[in-house]
Design a protein around this ligand. Structure first.
Ligand code: ADP
Length: 218
């Protein structure tokens, strides 16, 4: 379903969010106070406007309240990012997603009611570290301090094993959410589904259980 997004701040992060949303077929309003930055996304946004996003009346005159999501991607200007987020919540924007620069910024954004806080460099660093820790982990998503989702490459040992034979849930307390084979994705694997080596298993569980599964089950 087509949604209405406004992306404020078109640095590396904001412009990439803007372009991808536009490619996905959504309406995107791009906002920046720097004309050069705006010109960089003009072909990838439904509308683009030069505006200082810390100016309440300017935000209101854009009808910002009516957007489904507003993404605040003002990077280094932490003060502006905080002020803009506060204004958006005061104006009544339902979903405000904000890029945080550091822990201090993150804490303040939580306090003022940001609906989702993203830390792209921080989060990507964690994912890369997990990939480096084990080359068999090709992606890693943290769900909470204890739980995560990982993508693991099936080994020769798993070749022709069914999920029942692997006994992932009973032995390791983990759940196989999906099996990827080339461009095919099986999103509701049944217990009788057979794994082939080099399949990618998307597995959810406690971090300790996932480690155990990777070490002993694969
Ligand atoms: P990144 O780290 O993702 O590259 P940057 O800090 O380089 O992010 O980019 C932030 C963007 O936010 C810049 O394009 C900057 O012009 C814009 N910006 C900063 N302050 C404001 C503001 N008050 N109103 C609108 N845009 C702003």
């Amino acid at each position: 379903m087509k949604k209405q997004f406004a992306v404020i701040g078109l640095g590396r992060f904001g412009s990439s969010v803007c372009k991808e949303l536009y490619h996905l077929g959504h309406d995107v309003l791009a906002i920046d106070n720097d004309e050069v930055k705006l010109n960089g996304v003009s072909d990838y946004a439904t509308h683009h406007v030069i505006t200082n996003a810390t100016d309440e009346s300017a935000l209101k005159s854009l009808g910002i309240r009516n957007f489904d999501y507003v993404i605040v991607a003002i990077g280094d200007h932490i003060q502006s990012s905080i002020l803009c987020t506060m204004l958006l919540k005061e104006i009544g924007v339902k979903k405000v997603w904000v890029k945080a620069q550091n822990d201090y910024h993150h804490k303040v954004l939580e306090k003022i009611g940001a609906d989702r806080i993203v830390r792209p460099e921080h989060d990507m660093g964690i994912r890369v570290a997990h990939h480096l820790d084990s080359e068999r982990i090709i992606d890693y998503i943290e769900l909470s301090e204890d739980y995560s989702i990982v993508e693991l490459v099936a080994t020769e040992k798993n070749n022709k094993q069914t999920l029942i034979e692997m006994d992932v849930r009973a032995k390791f307390g983990c759940t196989v959410l999906a099996i990827k084979r080339g461009s095919d994705v099986n999103i509701s694997p049944s217990p009788m589904d057979e794994i082939v080596s080099e399949d990618i298993l998307v597995v959810m569980g406690h971090k300790n259980d996932l480690k155990r599964f990777e070490a002993e089950g694969m």
